[in-house]
Ligand binder design. Structure first.
Ligand code: NAP
Length: 295
C-alpha cells in the first residue's frame, strides 16, 4: 500500500521503518526536518506526503499537533480524496477525534483512531497493540499495515472509541506505576530492599505487567524516556478533560496528576514518567536502590 507517515518521534520513526520493512511504499514527513527513514521518500509538507497515498498515518504529540497536521497550512486536508483512509496513532482527545473525523469524512475519506500501547520497544519490534475506533470494513482494509507495525488489533467500536479506551487504559498504567513508586519509597524508608519488595510483588496478586516492564529500568535508575513524563502528563489532562465532559469523577488521578505537575516543575519532563519516583524519594529523603548495585 502507499502510505504517508506523518510524525517521526520515538514511536513514529520506528513505525514508519517497519512499514518500509514490510514492503509498503512510504512517504514520510516530520515537522522538524532531518529525521528521515531509510527506504522512504521524504516529503516537505503533510499535503505533499499525502498526495497519491492510500492511507495517511499520523503519530504526533497531542490534539493540537493532529489538528495542525490535518488542517493547518499545507495540511493533509487539501490532499484528501474519495477512498483514502486517515489513521491517527497519536493519543488525543476523543471528542476532538470526532470533530476531526467529521471534517475528513466530508471530503470522502475515512477516519480511524488507532492509538497504541507497547512503548518504544513495542514500536521498534513491531509488537504494538493498536486500540482502534472505526468502521469494521475500513479496519479490515488497513489490517496489513497494522500487522506490519504491531501484534494485536483491538477494535473498541466506532470512531473515537479507540482514544476513549486508550485513555482509560493509560489511566490505569499511571496509577499502577505510581502505586509501585510509592510502595518502593515507603519500603526503602522502612529498610526493605527493592529486590525483596519485588519478590513479594511477583509472588502475589500485586504482580503486574506495568511493574514487570518498569522494575528493571527503576533498579538501574535508567530514567531515559521510553514514554516521556510530559506525554503521560498530557494524557492525564486528556483523561481529566474527558471525565469533565462526561461528568465522571477521578479523584485518584487528580492527585497523581499533581505529583506529575511538581515533577515537571523540577525539570523531569523529558525523562520517563518512571522518574516521578525521584520526587517521592526527595520528599521522603531516601533513594530506592538495588541491593545488586551495592548502593
Ligand atoms: P515524541 O517522540 O515526542 O514525538 C512527537 C512527534 O510529534 C514528533 O515527530 C514531533 O515533531 C511531532 N509534533 C509535535 N508537535 C507537532 C505539531 N504541532 N505539528 C506537527 N508535528 C508535531 O512522541 P512519541 O513518544 O513518538 O509519541 C507520539 C504519540 O504517541 C503521542 O501522542 C504519545 O502520547 C503516543 N504514545 C507514545 C508512547 C511512548 O511510549 N512513547 C506509547 C503510546 C502512545 P518534531 O520532531 O518537530 O518535534
Amino acid at each position: 500500500m502507499r502510505v504517508a507517515f506523518l510524525g517521526l518521534g520515538i514511536m513514529g520513526h520506528a513505525m514508519a521503518r517497519n512499514l518500509v520493512k514490510a514492503g509498503h511504499s512510504v512517504a514520510v514527513w516530520n515537522r522538524t526536518p532531518g529525521k528521515d527513514v531509510e527506504g522512504a521518500r521524504a516529503a516537505a509538507t503533510p499535503a505533499e506526503a499525502a498526495t497519491d497515498a492510500d492511507v495517511v498515518w499520523m503519530c504526533v504529540s497531542d490534539t493540537a499537533a493532529v489538528e495542525q497536521v490535518l488542517f493547518g497550512e499545507n495540511g493533509v486536508e487539501s490532499a484528501l480524496r474519495e477512498g483514502m483512509v486517515v489513521v491517527d496513532s497519536s493519543t488525543i482527545s476523543p471528542s476532538a477525534t470526532l470533530a476531526f473525523a467529521e471534517r475528513v469524512c466530508a471530503r470522502g475519506a475515512d477516519y480511524v483512531d488507532a492509538p497504541v500501547t507497547g512503548s518504544k520497544i513495542g514500536a521498534q519490534n513491531a509488537q504494538l497493540i493498536f486500540i482502534v475506533g472505526g468502521s469494521e470494513a475500513t479496519v479490515e482494509r488497513i489490517r496489513p499495515l497494522f500487522e506490519a507495525m504491531g501484534k494485536t488489533v483491538l477494535r473498541m467500536g466506532d470512531t473515537g472509541k479507540g482514544q476513549a479506551a486508550k485513555l482509560a487504559a493509560n489511566l490505569m498504567i499511571a496509577m499502577i506505576y505510581e502505586g509501585f513508586a510509592e510502595g518502593l519509597t515507603l519500603a526503602a524508608k522502612l529498610g526493605v530492599p527493592a529486590e525483596s519488595l519485588l519478590s513479594l510483588v511477583n509472588a502475589s496478586m500485586v504482580k503486574s505487567g506495568v511493574v514487570e516492564y518498569k522494575a528493571p529500568f527503576v533498579l538501574k535508575r535508567d530514567f531515559s524516556p521510553n514514554f516521556p513524563m510530559r506525554l503521560m502528563f498530557k494524557d492525564m489532562q486528556l483523561m481529566l478533560e474527558a471525565a469533565r465532559e462526561a461528568r465522571v469523577k477521578l479523584p485518584g488521578l487528580k492527585t497523581v496528576s499533581e505529583v506529575y505537575e511538581v515533577a515537571i516543575e523540577e525539570g523531569h519532563q523529558d525523562l520517563d514518567y518512571a522518574a516521578t519516583l525521584m520526587l517521592l524519594e526527595k520528599w521522603a529523603g531516601v533513594e530506592v536502590s538495588s541491593a545488586a548495585s551495592g548502593a
